[in-house]
Design a protein around this ligand. Sequence first.
Ligand SMILES: Cc1ncc(COP(=O)(O)O)c(C=O)c1O
Length: 370
Amino acid sequence: MAPKVSPAANDFRSDTFTTPTPSMLEAMANSSVGDDVYQEDSDTNAFQAEISRLTGMEDALFTLSGTMGNQLGVRIHLNQFPHSVLCDYRAHVYAEEGSGLAVLSQAMVTPVHPANGLYLTVDDVKKWVTLGDDIHTAPTKVISLEVTIGGVITPLEEIRKISEFARAHDIKIHCDGARLWNASAATGHSLADYCQYFDSVSMCVSKGLGAPIGGVLASTKENIKRARWLRKQLGGGIRQAGILTSAALVALREVWPTMKTTHERTKKLAKDLEELGVVPQLPVETNFIFIDAKKSNINMGVLLEQCKKFNVKLMDERISLHHQISDEAIENLKLAIAEAIKITKTLPEGYVSNAEKGGYANNAKMNGSD
Ligand SMILES: Cc1ncc(COP(=O)(O)O)c(C=O)c1O
């Protein structure tokens, strides 16, 4: 049985660090046990049908991870190299998936720094897209948008413009919607409002949604048929998938509705930290706070040491909240940060913390890696 207080209650490293709730574990114990390779598992079929309904997409496919969903989502659109994928330079699908685009899709990538420092706009896309049939190039065949990115929400209107541009140029548009749940909870736009502008969307159930394992890819029936084939090729055709999808169904029902509260708690924490002198790197719109350690005069090594002392977990400049974070942990994190600010002021020039000696590199990207 799951403990009453989750071991993830003090874990701010990522919203992946949640633990299954008692009702998830109960659903897993009572799940259907059909064979999903033969599409005979009723919980998995119900989960996929529910995602299809929520996204307004024709069909959906359970994936073992967000990475698998992204890689399949892009690959189904790419049939003949040379071709390239345009995405934000921080995009998980490009920067954090073990060179999957190169290996699995034989794709070049055009990583773009958004001009506004926040999210890609149609102007960025128009500036960096590769069109035409110049034989020196790898034409853009997929645009991949990560929503949210760095916790920041790409406005629906901007997505609409990018989508219109893509469709006018025969470019497919994929959404890494690992945290599309958050965007929807924060803006009130439905998943279907977002998904109408994409040819495929992958979403994670093991991030803010709190299920133990998996993700889901939604697209047309034809694309999902192909993705199922490619998933099998990757070893992702699993048998009693209901043990996992039953937990995902609970997550949709029980955790997704709590996301709005998680965002409110994140914004309140961000405000309290600003009062301590912490400068954020990005606007706080969902469940992430990226602190700018340099501008906040915080030595990150010292902060990580203080976090240990105050019994909270952090790995870089990103603070992630999720539904299991406790009030006590938030108070402890504030104490750790206040102490780190105090200690940093006393450090001699050229001070190297134990964390840095142990390999911590002060290089948190604005996206974090998980
Ligand atoms: C934006 C984004 N997309 C995709 C993924 C991949 O998910 P997974 O860790 O389940 O492979 C992550 C993981 O952290 C992510 O943050």
